[in-house]
Design a protein around this ligand. Sequence first.
Ligand SMILES: [Ca+2]
Ligand SMILES: [Ca+2]
Length: 120
Amino acid sequence: MVKAASLLGLNPTAEDADVMIKMADSDGDGYINRTEYTSMMSQSYSSIDQEKQALQKAFEKLDKDGDGFLSTDELRAALQYNSDITDDEIDIFFMDADKDGDGKIDYTEFIDSTLCVSLV
Ligand SMILES: [Ca+2]
Ligand SMILES: [Ca+2]
């Protein structure tokens, strides 16, 4: 149960798992049957889908020229709302997110980075 949820990236604590079981256990017998399990999992999936869509939208908004990658310039434009940020900090952000070091941030790198947390 906990394992299945952490595979979905939810990473629940034992307490969360308890709450999830209680929520999923719609007939209240203390066990999750197949139907309850399936409906719980599809709910988790749909919230993850929504999150993914929000990230995708954020990425598309940042990717001004629409080439599917974020360049340093695009990142700088995105972070400009924060006037305290320096070019050095932007470079650090960028290098941190650009895992394969090809000089641009693709969507996978974007969702793996801390960037998306601060930008979405
Ligand atoms: Ca771009
Ligand atoms: Ca890259």
